[in-house]
Design a protein around this ligand. Sequence first.
Ligand code: 3H9
Length: 651
Amino acid sequence: MSSPVKYTLTGNIGVISVDSPPVNALSHAVRQGLLDAITEAQNDASEAVLIICEGRTFFAGADISEFGKPIQDPWLPELLNAIESTDKLVVAAIHGTALGGGFETALASHYRCAVPSAKIGLPEVKLGLLPGAGGTQRTPRLAGIEAALELMTSGVPVAASRAKELGLVDEIVAGDLREGALTYVRKLLDSDAPVRRTSEIDPPKFGDFDALRAAVTRRARGQVAPLAIVDCVEAAATGTFAEGMKVERQKFSELMQGKQSAALRHFFFAERQAAKVDGLAKDTPVRAVDSVGIIGGGTMGGGIAMSFANAGIPVTMIEISDEALERGLSIIERNYAGSVKRGKLTEEKAAQCRALISGSTDYDALADVDMVIEAVFEDPGLKKKIFARLDGVCKKGAILATNTSYQDVDQIAAATSRPEDVIGTHFFSPAHIMKLLEVVRGEKTADDVLATCMQLAKRIRKVPVVSGVCYGFIGNRMLRPYGLQSQLLLLEGATPEQVDGAMEAFGMAMGPLRVFDLAGLDVGYKARQALSDAEKGDPAGYRVLDHLVEADRHGQKSGSGFYIYDEHRKPTPCPEVHKIIEETAAELGFERREIADEEIVDRLTRALYEEGGKIVEEGIAQRSSDIDVVYVYGYGFPAYRGGPMYFGENA
Ligand code: 3H9
């Protein structure tokens, strides 16, 4: 098999060029090729060496698919030491994303240049790991302790310009990368630039590591890798390079064998797998979507509009009256202002996005759009009426999508003469922030409509998961047994703060009862009033909720629900709620007992896992890992537990 690494001489510069699609991961073949090439360069007539990658990116990191398997030499840290110890100048030329071991390869080079669009990052923490090829030791030597820690504990990449400010990139090259990089190497040679080994730079000596550890612990929320990163950086600041490398190796190996990294690696591949639709050919044509209409300017409609505008796609928002439209557009305005204030968007970018959103009260404004997303409240009759109207107004081939969270997409599609163009796109609130998109495939949804929505999701920076049609689709359907279990636990003896505390300590972004409070207890209450006792199901599932609403406790918005809320929405436990729970337990004949936190976590996660199993069995989800993606990105399940299905199988 030919090597993905080529070595050629261009004048007096040895060029190591790597071509290993899709992302030039540092697989065994790449590492071996790099070692062979650097050895050849060391012994030939070249005066300097350039490392450059073909395709869409510089090395995206170690090859994650090799993790968990026996290590094949040369292992990355040794390879990088060999590169760094070369006597000839070694320069890395970065484009695309230099990530993890990829960026560590650049750090082991003596100089680094990058095109302006390049990004560099150390995202190992997102895999439950730390930079294990010298990154924890070399980064603080170039960028200082705080910047290095920020890069490594957040895992968020930075742009080339910022990397240059931090001293992690030496030169930004405009135009063609190879030409620019060769010119840069010649400039270094002409100026007699010395071989500059990062490992030989004196490490920064300062660091209040106790304070840094405390800050990282707060942000890490149960993850072990961020604290191990602090340990490595402390070793960089207090010992020699060789000593620091020993600590790094030890900690990397511990993390690699730990449960969190295994779960996060599962999740990495689960996310990528979710984008693939079984039975849908890779070359399925997609429809052009260059303009979108949104029906409904409420919180959801506004967030969806922003998601498209942020990706440069113009949006026409439809409301029933000028006042409603005005209200919707002003919420969007406020959201953009907030993003600017928090430094998420520049004023200029926010203005550009905002300018892409226009409004109308006339459906005729949708005559030419490529896609419409209906985002009105959950009234099946109203939704059907809207789709019948869209059928009359929209051009042939327009995709007609509903943002329903529960309703039957097939029945909505049946209100049109073109059910093949109808699909569900279920966004999560706040829609401009939450990454999950459930793409609901109706019985008659055309393949190209589905393929278009999967691709479009990526364009608007969402993670799509395909769901079949059932009440609540994947995510909300699983909330039912989860919610029921939370109510049973209360009746059997737990307090709301114990249930939420146990689940939050487990890693959920929010416990189930705080979620009830956030959503509003009155919503379910009103819906139940229309149901017969038989339809309502087991009273244990809703009786406490009913009593709370009847005591005027509607959740966070009313200042009280399962908790009392202050003006900052901070929850405080409430004795009156304890009393309501105890009385309801007596009313329904429950005998109360001590319940351990482990039982709470076990019963609630099992409820998700069991319902998830049914969802896969029925073919609603394509695979159980898709459910993990739904729960991590849509419902705050901790990624380091792998998602409810992975957790259920591996806990
Ligand atoms: C590390 O480096 C440890 C070292 O510090 C120490 C070692 C001793 N390996 O995401 P995409 C595949 S840890 C293997 O859809 P995009 C991916 O599975 C690593 N495969 O594309 C997918 O395959 P498929 C630190 C990888 O354009 C295909 O490439 N690095 C790897 O949206 C396309 O991926 C990271 O954590 C990999 N490293 O985004 C970076 N990366 O087509 C992880 C990707 O079969 N990668 N694949 O489904 C990324 O963040 C994104 O993939 C990237 C491209 C931004 C590069």
